[in-house]
Design a protein around this ligand. Sequence first.
Ligand SMILES: C[C@H](N)C(=O)N[C@@H](Cc1c[nH]cn1)C(=O)O
Ligand SMILES: [Zn+2]
Ligand SMILES: [Zn+2]
Length: 478
Amino acid sequence: MANTVDKYFDLVDQNQQKFIETLREVVEIPSVSSDASKRGEVVRMGEWLQARWEQLGAQCKRIDPGKQILEGEELDLPPVILGQYGNDANKKTVLVYGHYDVQPALLEDGWATDPFTLVEMDDGRLVGRGSTDDKGPILGWLLCAETHKQAGLDFPVNLKFCFEGMEESGSEGLDAIIVDQADKWFKGTDVVCISDNYWLGKNKPCLTHGLRGVSYFHLQVEGPGADLHSGVFGGTVHEPMVDLVHLLSKLVDTNGRIQIPGIYDQVMPVTDEEELTYENLEFSHTALATDLKHDVIIHAEERDTLKHRWRYPTLSIHGVEGAFYSPGDKTVIPAKVKGKFSLRTVPNMEPKRVAELVTAFLEKEFAKLGSKNRMRVIETHGGRWWYSSPNHPNFVAGARATELVYGVKPDLTREGGSIPVTLTFEENLNVNVLLLPMGAADDGAHSINEKIDRRNYIQGIKLLGAYLHEVAVTDMTA
Ligand SMILES: C[C@H](N)C(=O)N[C@@H](Cc1c[nH]cn1)C(=O)O
Ligand SMILES: [Zn+2]
Ligand SMILES: [Zn+2]
């Protein structure tokens, strides 16, 4: 094994520039799943992936999950690309998952360069939307397989893959496909690996064994039939935006404490054993404050910041649809506004209970306003939290691979973000799932100037390959 892996590492080093060009090609496809006008681009990205894997000899199956209504338009959901690369009864079978859709990005949001053009900076940052979330990592699996084939190296496992184009918009349609394909396409899977999250800092790699869930809400307040002149109607009608701002202000206090009664009732208490897991992690408020560009950290202790990222629920307010937001001064009373907020959920919160508590609270608060406007709470998408033991041999394989590539033992972390499909794989395939991130803490996923460092991208391609070689020689039944 050592010889093959060394050859593989050498080839990855030699092909660095080519791999960056491949990343450039996919960043140029603006596959934004939340934007109806970009749906064709999301599909094009899925087709790009399928074509490239088929060229390599993988057997692929495209599943179109159905329709969705977005911005009042009926749209085809982007395809789920399932694949099988290699089918040797003597090898283990690893299923990898990733997503080829990205978050929205506009130059005017504050990007220094065009978000859909990959730019390599002097300090090694490869800047472009999707570079770290999740186009870099999904290319990692492809480039690993291509490199083995080009060099005539034996591929260590049978690889199954599942790539979706709706992760950033609630993975609509995917759960049903996984349930349906559990005994078909996914049959024979020994372990699952997902590369779609980030290290805790900039230098120390990690393995991740937990994710928070997400419950996303629209709070709609509707009043008059059309926007009104504030000089004529201000002070004489109930304004939807005024009601909405009142309601949004009740959800969470300025120290991040959720104000919805009952929301913390289902949260698992911290045990002494869990306390120990916050020791010796490579995480510092100094580094975090630098990444944030301004010290806006609420908590005094690092471990409290991590607890509020990993194991306590949080509530964030994202935006208001229908409100005036352009430059300049418009004296309008918007007729209908939608406040958007989400909760990140943790063990043992149940999504149904969360929705009930949120709705009951907002209805009560709205009633107190005595407004003649109409209010609705709509849960638009959700995903469940996931928590797993990091003692499974799949994690041992991930740790060995990390040591081989980076020369250090990885930290064991949980992730504040959500990858809803993780639990669906675990429950329906009855196998262990490992999260093996490629990117670093300061990559700026979902933010402006998203990047992946050249180091993380190239070493990450090695890491995914090394992991597959380690799985091949690790007893997964232990
Ligand atoms: C962690 C992962 N890379 C990610 O960014 N997940 C998203 C999933 C999501 C849910 N609703 C919209 N997107 C996230 O955690 O926000
Ligand atoms: Zn992602
Ligand atoms: Zn994301």
